[in-house]
Design a protein. Structure first.
Length: 431
C-alpha cells in the first residue's frame, strides 16, 4: 500500500525482513521437532540455531535465477548454516512455510486491528455520553422523521463496532492455523507431531485437514470481516458527510489552522477525511471479493491464489489499520453544533410531531383512516403554504372535535420522544 495510507506499526509486519524471519522461525521449529523425534542430532539443531540467518538482497538475487522464492530463501540460509543445512526443510514443502507464516503475519496484523477497534469504541463511547441528551432530527429517506439524540446515533455506532470486534476476534481465530503436512497434506514424509510442535511454537493451531495448502475459505472469512468493518466505518463517514452539508451543518470535521479546503475557493471546508474513508472502503470490499475468488483452487493446490495474497495480505490490513485510526481522529475531533440541530428540528414548523397527533386522534375515537386524513391535510398546508402545523390543527374544527387544545399542544413535547434515551444507553453500555 502507498505510504499515504500506511502506518509504520502495520507496515513493519509486512516488511521482507519480518516475513523471512517468520519463515526461518518455522524452519527452526521444524528442526527442533525433528530432533525431539530423533530424526536430527540435537547438536546439529543447536548449530543451526546459532548460525541461521538470511540476506534479503541475496534472496532477491537468487530468486531472479531460480524463479522460486522459498528455494532462494533456503539457499541464502544455507550460506550461513553450512553443512547442517541438509537438515533444514526436511520433509516440508514450500506451502508449509508460506501458509504457516502467512497465518502468523495475519494473526500479528489482527492483534493490531483489534487494538484499533477497541480504541475507536472508547472514543465513540465518550462522544456518545457527551451528547447523550443532545436532541437532533432523525431522518428517513433523507427527510425529517422524528427526534433522536446525537448520543443515540453514536451509541448505535458503538454497538456496531462491538459486533465488529467480535467478528475480528473470530476471524483471527479462523485464520490462525498452520500446516506442516507435506506435498499434498498426507504427512507422507513428515510426522504429524512436527506440525503440532511447529504450530504450538508459532502461536497457531494445526489445520485438522489440509491439502498442499491451508484452505482459502479461512482467508475469505478474514478479508470479508475486514470489508464489513470498513463498510461500518464508511457508514459513519457518510453520516458525517451529510451532517456537514452547508444546508444541514449539524456536525463538521475539525478544520485545523492552516488547512486549505479548495485550490480555487478559499471559503471551502470539505469533509475530506470522511470522503477518504468512503473511498478506502471500496478497496476493502474489492479485497474481500479477491479472497473469495481464491477459495476454489485446482485439486490439492495451484498457485492462482499466491499473487492475489501477496497484494491483499499487506494492503488490506494496512488500509484497515489506517481507516480505523483515521476514524478515531475524525470522531474524537468532530465538531458538533447543538444549536443547528435544534434549528433543524424546528425547520418544518412542527411536522415532526405528526405521528403523536395521529395516535392521539385514534385514541380519542377517530378511525386510523380518519385520523391519518385529518393529520395529512393539515401537514400538506405546512409543506405547500408554509403554515405552522400546530396552529393549523388548533384551527381545524374537525380535529378539535376529537382533541381539546391542551391535548394538541401536549403532542408537540420534544421530551416525549427522548424519554427512553437512558434505557437505550443502558442496553448498549450497561448499567
Amino acid at each position: 500500500m502507498i505510504e499515504r495510507y500506511s502506518r509504520p506499526e502495520m507496515t513493519r509486519i509486512w516488511e521482507a525482513r519480518n516475513r523471512y524471519q517468520k519463515w526461518l522461525d518455522i524452519e527452526i521449529f521444524a528442526c527442533e521437532a525433528h530432533a525431539e523425534l530423533g530424526n536430527i542430532p540435537h547438536e546439529a539443531v543447536e548449530r543451526i540455531k546459532s548460525k541461521a540467518d538470511f540476506d534479503v538482497e541475496r534472496i532477491d538475487e537468487i530468486e531472479r535465477t531460480v524463479k522460486h522464492d522459498v528455494i532462494a530463501f533456503l539457499t541464502s540460509v544455507a550460506d550461513y548454516i553450512g553443512d547442517d543445512s541438509r537438515f533444514v526443510h526436511l520433509g516440508l514443502t514450500s506451502s508449509d512455510v508460506l501458509d504457516t507464516s502467512f497465518a502468523m503475519l495475519l494473526a500479528e496484523a489482527s492483534d493490531l486491528i483489534i487494538d484499533d477497534i477497541k480504541r475507536l469504541m472508547e472514543v465513540i463511547k465518550r462522544r456518545a455520553f457527551e451528547h447523550r441528551d443532545t436532541p437532533m432530527m432523525g431522518r428517513s429517506h433523507g427527510i425529517h422523521a422524528e427526534p433522536v439524540t446525537f448520543g443515540i446515533k453514536m451509541a448505535l455506532w458503538y454497538d456496531e463496532m462491538r459486533r465488529n470486534l467480535r467478528r475480528m476476534e473470530a476471524a483471527r481465530e479462523t485464520v490462525a492455523y498452520g500446516k506442516i503436512s507435506g506435498a499434498v497434506g498426507t504427512f507422507a514424509n513428515i510426522d504429524p507431531k512436527v506440525e503440532e510442535y511447529v504450530c504450538k511454537k508459532a502461536g497457531l493451531k494445526p489445520a485438522p485437514c489440509s491439502t498442499q495448502v491451508i484452505q482459502r475459505d479461512r482467508h475469505a472469512e478474514f478479508f470479508s470481516t475486514l470489508a464489513i468493518i470498513a463498510s461500518s466505518i464508511e457508514k459513519f463517514a457518510v453520516e458525517i458527510r451529510h451532517l456537514q452539508r452547508t444546508e444541514v451543518l449539524e456536525a463538521e470535521e475539525y478544520f485545523s489552522k492552516g488547512q486549505k479546503g479548495s485550490s480555487a475557493m478559499p471559503h471551502k471546508r470539505n469533509p475530506v477525511l470522511s470522503e477518504n474513508l468512503t473511498g478506502l472502503a471500496r478497496l476493502m470490499r474489492g479485497y474481500a471479493v479477491s479472497a473469495m475468488e481464491n477459495v476454489p483452487l485446482w485439486h490439492e493446490r495451484d498457485i492462482s491464489h499466491s499473487s492475489v495474497e501477496r497484494v491483499i495480505g499487506p494492503d488490506a490490513t494496512i488500509v484497515m489499520d489506517f481507516m480505523l485510526n483515521r476514524c478515531i481522529g475524525l470522531i474524537d475531533n468532530l465538531v458538533v453544533y447543538p444549536e443547528n440541530m435544534m434549528k433543524n428540528l424546528n425547520l418544518m414548523r412542527g411536522l415532526i410531531f405528526s405521528q403523536r397527533v395521529l395516535l392521539k386522534l385514534a385514541t380519542a375515537g377517530a378511525s386510523r383512516e380518519k385520523a391519518y386524513e385529518l393529520v395529512q391535510r393539515n401537514a400538506m398546508k405546512v409543506w405547500e403554504q408554509g403554515k405552522d402545523f400546530q396552529q393549523e390543527l388548533l384551527a381545524d374544527t374537525e380535529v378539535r372535535s376529537f382533541l381539546p387544545e391542551e391535548e394538541i399542544r401536549e403532542a408537540f413535547d420534544l421530551n416525549y420522544h427522548l424519554k427512553h434515551v437512558g434505557t437505550i444507553f443502558t442496553r448498549v453500555f450497561g448499567g
